[in-house]
Write a protein that binds this ligand. Structure first.
Ligand code: PLP
Length: 250
């Protein structure tokens, strides 16, 4: 784990990497948000990152999210948004939704319908947002350990999500190929961009807003920005290596 004093510098260094990568391909860097993947991190480390300008956090695990979220909602903590980026079990939906503005890891109609019903119920309370932003997670590399629908199924899932009244389909998320070859990694990100293009061209109801591409991590964010990422998700580049074990997995 990186000393807390390094974290602020690392947040700024990641932003500079995004700006450099966008510049290379002639993109405006403001199109690319940096999400900090905070799995296995401590509250003080996350607060340090927020103090350095981070404004978007991603949690993988319902339990870690609900343990940390109240401290991050306290007065004086810099404003930020929280997304869910991990595998979401149906029975954890109720715990997760109150804390997040987007679930990036929708990989089945069943999960989407369950979230839709949960948002519909909370919508009866005053001030609860009536819709939840979601991304469809696509397994572009076909690696069996990775979550997400296959690229060939992504359009059908996007259309199903688009038809649900309490979810707003905002785009697509992937964990890229785990390959040493930059060409293969970039091709996997281009595959997600192609999924988005196909869905937008297909014109199904509720899919016109599916413009986001959440892809790219600490080791390869430049490749993802070149392929059109609008959200890159970084953990180790800011917080240092995670301890081994289940929390260190993707
Ligand atoms: C941990 C994680 C990341 C960040 O990975 P790093 O290699 O630490 O940058 C991104 N996306 C998801 C879904 C993750 O679980």
């Amino acid at each position: 784990m990186v000393a807390v004093v390094m974290i602020a510098e690392n947040v700024r260094a990641v932003r500079r990497r995004v700006e450099g990568a966008a510049g290379v391909v002639g993109r405006d860097p403001v199109e690319v948000r940096v999400l900090l993947a905070v799995k296995a991190q401590t509250g003080p480390a996350v607060l340090e990152a927020l103090g350095a300008g981070a404004d978007l956090l991603g949690h993988n695990r319902a339990q870690e999210l609900t343990a940390m979220a109240p401290a991050l909602a306290a007065p004086g903590v810099p404003p930020h948004e929280m997304h869910f980026i991990g595998r979401l079990q149906g029975n954890k939906v109720g715990q997760v939704l109150p804390w997040v503005t987007c679930v990036q890891s929708v990989d089945s109609v069943r999960l989407a319908e369950r979230m839709d019903r949960a948002v519909a119920r909370r919508g009866q309370a005053p001030c609860a947002p009536p819709v939840l932003d979601v991304l469809v997670q696509v397994n572009v590399s076909g690696e069996p350990t990775k979550a997400g629908v296959g690229p060939a199924e992504a359009a059908d899932l996007a259309a199903a999500v688009g038809s649900l009244r309490h979810l707003r389909l905002c785009g697509f998320m992937t964990v890229g190929a785990n390959a040493p070859d930059a060409g293969a990694v970039r091709a996997s990100y281009e595959r997600l961009a192609q999924v988005r293009a196909d869905v937008l061209r297909g014109g199904e109801a509720g899919t016109a807003g599916a413009t986001e591409l959440s892809m790219g991590m600490s080791g390869d964010l430049e490749l993802a920005v070149a392929a059109g990422a609008t959200i890159v998700r970084v953990g180790t580049a800011v917080f240092g290596p995670r301890p081994a074990g289940p929390q260190g997995t993707r």
